[in-house]
Design a protein around this ligand. Structure first.
Ligand code: CP
Length: 308
């Protein structure tokens, strides 16, 4: 594997190899081992053309704990803000000798395009409404840890599916690992063309959260991405919460052992009530912690074997 652009780049065996490496990385995370020398002499650039808290900081820590030199570039503060093209920006940084390029960009397909321009290993840290493969890996890793195995488990993914790269990567990853997936959204936030894709990929769709929730072994709530909605009908915040939010009432109807996931950042009180976000069965912070281990594993698998 040269790049990680999509979950489709990985077989189920490769996903499990990443999970095994991530489990080993917890020793570093527990600070029993301060740093691993695996990426000594390698340089990783985090290029974020969209805002991020979790993904950017965890890739930065992951690289540093593997002894790589890590540099962060964001659109604001770089020459991209002066109009430099994406191609010129990535070719410029790669001319300095970069081994790994972690990129987040608002355009779907940006990471795939960048991978064609550079020799460095490219990791997609979220491209528009397309994919966010490391988020899906950390979500599946968290759920597998909680549920033992994902094979045959029913995972409900609920929220603003139209604008969600997390949903797209998660459907690919969870079904690859044998989970039964049902995705739930209001009609206005259900992606067009989902019918043929769901048949091909083998997941179910529903508009009825209350029918799906009681049968779920795990629930993944997704953020309403109002910043990606330009016009068009959107349920009001109140309508959304009543129709599709994980409210206190719905929390009471969940299986008590069903993990509640959210990739973050959360709109508390909109798609998820504070009672659900902070419930004993919430794994939101465990996802963040797993994310660091999984991103260390991804960097290790992509870069540790390469000559610098
Ligand atoms: N889940 C996620 O990608 O969060 P950030 O936008 O904070 O990186």
């Amino acid at each position: 594997m040269k790049h990680l652009l999509s979950i489709n780049d990985l077989s189920s065996d490769q996903v499990q190899e990443i999970f095994e490496t991530a489990a080993d990385m917890h020793d570093v995370q527990r600070r029993e081992v301060k740093k691993l020398p695996a990426l000594r002499g390698r340089t990783v650039i985090n290029m974020f053309f969209e805002d991020s808290t979790r993904t950017r900081s965890s890739f930065e820590i992951a690289g540093k704990w593997l002894s790589a030199d890590v540099i962060n570039i964001s659109a604001k503060g770089s020459s991209a803000s002066k109009g430099e093209s994406l191609r010129d920006t990535v070719l410029t940084v790669c001319a300095m000798g970069v081994d790994g390029l972690v990129i987040r960009h608002p355009a779907s397909g940006a990471a795939h395009q960048v991978a064609q321009w550079v020799d460095a290993a490219v990791i997609n840290a979220g491209d528009g409404m397309h994919e966010h493969p490391t988020q899906a890996l950390l979500d599946a890793y968290t759920l597998q840890h909680r549920l033992g195995s994902l094979d045959g488990k029913h995972v409900a993914i609920i929220g603003d599916l139209t604008h969600s790269r997390v949903f797209r990567s998660n459907v690919l990853c969870l079904t690859k690992l044998g989970a039964r997936v049902t995705v739930v959204a209001p009609p206005t936030l259900m992606p067009s063309g989902i019918g043929p894709w769901s048949k091909e990929a083998g997941f179910a769709t529903s508009y009825d959260i209350d029918e799906v929730l009681p049968d779920a072994d795990a629930v993944m709530m997704l953020r309403v991405q109002r910043e990606r909605m330009s016009g068009g009908y959107f349920p009001s915040a109140r309508e959304y919460t009543v129709g599709y939010g994980l409210t206190r009432d719905r929390l009471a109807r969940l299986r008590p052992d069903a993990p509640i996931c959210h990739p973050g950042p959360m709109n508390r009180g909109l798609e998820i009530a504070a009672d659900a976000a902070d419930a004993a069965q919430s794994v939101v912070l465990e996802q963040v912690s797993s994310g660091l281990a999984v991103r260390m594993a991804v960097l290790y698998h992509l870069l540790a074997g390469e000559e610098s």
